[in-house]
Design a binder for this molecule. Structure first.
Ligand code: NAG
Ligand code: NAG
Ligand code: ZN
Length: 307
């Protein structure tokens, strides 16, 4: 009898400690809470072990310039909306009415915005998911879009190009970015997992750099960066960053995971490229060369000679 009880007890402990849906970030792992860290996500979600996973480290000198990566057209990004901001236990997520759309930028069709969320470090330390030449930024914004004719993300994820995510890095600045006050103020009300609150009116445009500064970006095909890790994402990672003060970056660390521990380090480590090519837009380079061209013409005409 006694010989039977022990294995049964152990088995039930095992279930409690490692429930199959219990994925977590490396920062959440403790001996008391042995959840599935990113290296084990594939145990319950096989796609996480796939060949075309995200995020990645972008090695800029290995990127290939692609003239098809023209500037994006942002439609209704100025549209003011109200929605709820939620601590979902992994991040903060804001649902977006499907009115804002993107096209151009080398995308095969029009995609509509579905939600946005962030990934961050500890107290403003390294926390982005993508890295550029090995540099990890303090935070990264993901605006998730799906092809315009789909009505839900689940359906879009069954199309290998069904989802387009725009990724933006945050960078520490000396002054606060007042356009982020609605978000940072709301965080105080949602420190606990699964809590939500309504956001005052905001637009997607106010959260990202000005449109004319969004012509330099990287492009590759990858996956969702959380389980199920579905490989259905056209990734765009912008070169221009969003400024936030240290105080603004720090408030994200006041959020809590479901066990009450600070929600920090909620990023997946970079994944192998496995032969994928990363492309870069021509935008910035073209701007520079036309400026140089004008300068050359001006010089030739003697316009820039003051004497
Ligand atoms: C927000 O929380 C309330 C309960 O406080 C719940 O009824 C509602 O469904 C939640 N909304 C979302 C979007 O999670
Ligand atoms: C665009 O970027 C440049 C250089 O980073 C910056 O000086 C300028 O203020 C930006 N423009 C807008 C409208 O944000
Ligand atoms: Zn994300």
């Amino acid at each position: 009898m006694q010989q039977l009880i022990l294995p049964v007890l152990l088995a039930s402990f095992w279930t409690i400690c490692t429930g199959s849906a219990d994925w977590c970030y490396q920062s959440q792992f403790t001996c008391d809470h042995q959840c599935n860290t990113p290296d084990k996500w594939n145990l319950a979600h096989s796609d996480c072990g796939g060949k075309y996973q995200s995020p990645i480290n972008i090695v800029t000198r290995k990127t290939l310039k692609d003239e098809r990566l023209t500037p994006f057209e942002f439609n209704n990004y100025q549209q003011i909306f109200r929605d709820t901001i939620k601590n979902n236990g992994h991040s903060v997520k804001v649902g977006v009415p499907h009115l804002s759309t993107i096209s151009g930028g080398g995308l095969p069709t029009t995609y509509k915005a579905v939600q946005f969320h962030m990934h961050w470090g500890k107290h403003g330390g390294p926390g982005s998911e993508h890295t550029i030449d090995g540099e990890q930024y303090p935070m990264e914004l993901h605006i998730v879009h799906m092809k315009h004719h789909y009505t839900d993300l689940t359906t879009a994820l069954s199309d290998p190009e069904g989802v387009a995510v725009l990724g933006f890095f945050y960078e520490r600045s000396n002054s606060a970015n007042r356009k982020y006050d609605p978000i940072t103020n709301a965080l105080r009300s949602i420190t606990i997992t699964n809590s939500n609150t309504s956001l005052p009116s905001i637009s997607l445009a106010q959260l990202i750099p000005a449109e004319q500064n969004l012509t330099s970006f990287y492009r590759y095909k990858g996956s969702l960066t959380t389980p199920g890790c579905t490989e259905a994402v056209i990734w765009t990672v912008f070169e221009n960053t969003i400024p936030l003060s240290m105080d603004q970056l720090r408030v994200f660390s006041d959020l809590q995971f479901h066990d009450g521990k600070p929600m920090v380090g909620n990023f997946r480590p970079v994944q192998p490229l496995n032969g994928r090519q990363v492309f870069r837009s021509g935008g910035a380079v073209i701007l520079v060369s036309s400026t140089l061209l004008l300068a050359a013409i001006a010089t030739a005409l003697g316009l820039s000679q003051p004497n």
